[in-house]
Design a protein around this ligand. Structure first.
Ligand code: 9MR
Length: 440
């Protein structure tokens, strides 16, 4: 073939082949492969390198405003809870020892915000004294070591309680296999002495007796409300009432650690009803006899709309008036949380709208303003919340199974809620709630 014809044939063949080939980007598999490969992999040799394609200009994305309020609980920009009330009252929280690992966000949070700690469960008799003669101090020892390391005040919760007592505690050689008065008194003595002397001078405050009063305002909690103590121990001194087991507990506690602050603790006192009255009368009677009770613990598992702050404040004042019988007598708020549900509300979830956040924040602000007033009057020396953040609160699933609550100052991610600002600076509530709005 003539050389020119040969070249023409080659050119025609080349043009035909190019026209038949599928452009690369139209093949979805290739496109996907190209996407998956790095630019260097598909660039080929320098001669084959495609013309650089100009990137389309990206729309400027508006950066969300830096959070000012809803910061992680451990963030240095947040004021510290305990420092906010320093010199007025101490601020604490219930914790579990599995949460206290150093160098974690939880550890940074609790050491920043609280100067009082209490174990939520691990210092209850069923865990500490599971069988007669067997004591298990692993968790309490860890808790006390933590408290000492961070220089916090520790509460011991709790010594004498009808609930969460070990199985064997009320069983014995008495009628129907029940413990006799002597057996129960001796167990109380062994327990209180063993536990309190171990932590003498290290656990400064003890809930010596917990939840000993009737929910119906009938005086002491008896067997119909789940406590065998009064029925078994009875009236030791013949004065006609059955407070004796409580009195014994306080005498034993005072003997074990004379410097500890000894508290009688109960729930629903803040509602100012018959339960408060019978609690007050009973404690007054014991103080008049010289029983070494140093204070009343108001647990304060309250709700967003109940009771009123005024009713709660009156309850504190009533109990604090017992300083007439013991000048050192104080009220402590020992287990504060604010449920966003009414007690028996069967709904499972409530959206944390800015409005609800504001309501909770205002509730907390009103409460802490009142605590401040009461501390200034010398009535109150400590406020402890029952937990640190919503992700771990006894109020999830209780008393309504599947219900998700939000009763604390830090949310499920351990970020500050507007409620936190309600406590430390109520003027910031609107801005904190606006930030909730932006985040939603
Ligand atoms: O928060 C505690 C929860 O984890 C336990 O299951 C429960 C068992 O009774 O006790 C809870 O703590 C209670 C505290 O010891 C005494 N006052 C009421 C608290 C909430 O129920």
């Amino acid at each position: 073939m003539h050389k020119r014809n040969y070249l023409a044939l080659l050119l025609a063949l080349f043009l035909l082949l190019s026209a038949c080939s599928v452009p690369k980007e139209e093949n979805p598999d290739d496109a996907a492969a190209a996407e998956a490969e790095s630019p260097a992999d598909i660039a080929g040799t320098p001669e084959e390198a495609p013309e650089p394609v100009e990137e389309p200009e990206e729309e400027p994305v508006e950066e969300p405003a830096a959070p000012q309020y809803l910061l992680p609980a451990w963030d240095e920009a947040l004021p510290s809870l305990w420092e906010s009330f320093d010199g007025l009252f101490k601020v604490g929280a219930a914790v579990n020892t599995d949460q206290l690992k150093p160098d974690t966000d939880f550890y940074r949070t609790v050491t920043k915000h609280y100067n009082v700690f209490v174990t939520e469960n691990e210092m209850k008799p069923m865990y500490v004294n599971p069988a007669e003669g067997t004591f298990n101090f692993t968790a309490p020892d860890q808790f006390v070591a933590f408290g000492e390391e961070v220089g916090a005040t520790l509460r011991g919760h709790t010594l004498i309680w009808h609930s969460q007592a070990p199985d064997w505690w009320f069983r014995g050689s008495g009628e129907n296999g029940r413990a006799t008065r002597e057996e129960l008194l001796s167990r109380m003595e062994t327990y209180i002495t063993e536990v309190m002397t171990r932590y003498q001078g290290r656990v400064a405050v003890w809930d010596v007796v917990n939840e000993a009063f009737s929910d119906q305002g009938k005086g002491l909690r008896m067997e119909d409300e789940g406590s065998q103590y009064a029925a078994i121990i009875g009236d030791l001194d013949g004065d006609g009432n059955l407070n004796d087991y409580i009195e014994q507990a306080f005498y034993l506690a005072d003997a074990a650690d004379p410097d500890a602050q000894l508290i009688i603790n109960d729930y629903s006192l803040e509602n100012g009803d018959a339960k408060l009255d019978s609690f007050y009368e009973s404690v007054k009677g014991m103080l008049e006899k010289g029983v070494p009770i140093d204070g009343a613990g108001i647990q304060a598992h309250i709700q967003i709309g109940w009771p009123s702050v005024a009713t709660f404040e009156k309850a504190i004042e009533k109990l604090a008036s017992l300083k007439e019988y013991n000048p050192d007598f104080k009220v402590q708020i020992t287990e504060l949380d604010v449920s966003i549900f009414a007690w028996d509300d069967q709904s499972k979830i409530k959206e944390m709208t800015p409005q609800l956040q504001a309501e909770l924040a205002t509730r907390y602000a009103d409460l802490f303003d009142m605590f401040r007033r009461q501390a200034e009057k010398g009535n109150l020396d400590m406020v402890v919340t029952w937990g640190v953040y919503d992700g771990r609160s006894w109020l999830d699933n209780y008393p309504v199974s599947g219900r998700v609550n939000a009763p604390l100052l830090f949310d499920r991610q351990m970020n500050a809620k507007p409620a936190f600002w309600g406590v430390v600076d109520r003027t910031k509530i609107p801005d904190a709630c606006a930030e909730v709005q932006t985040a939603q």
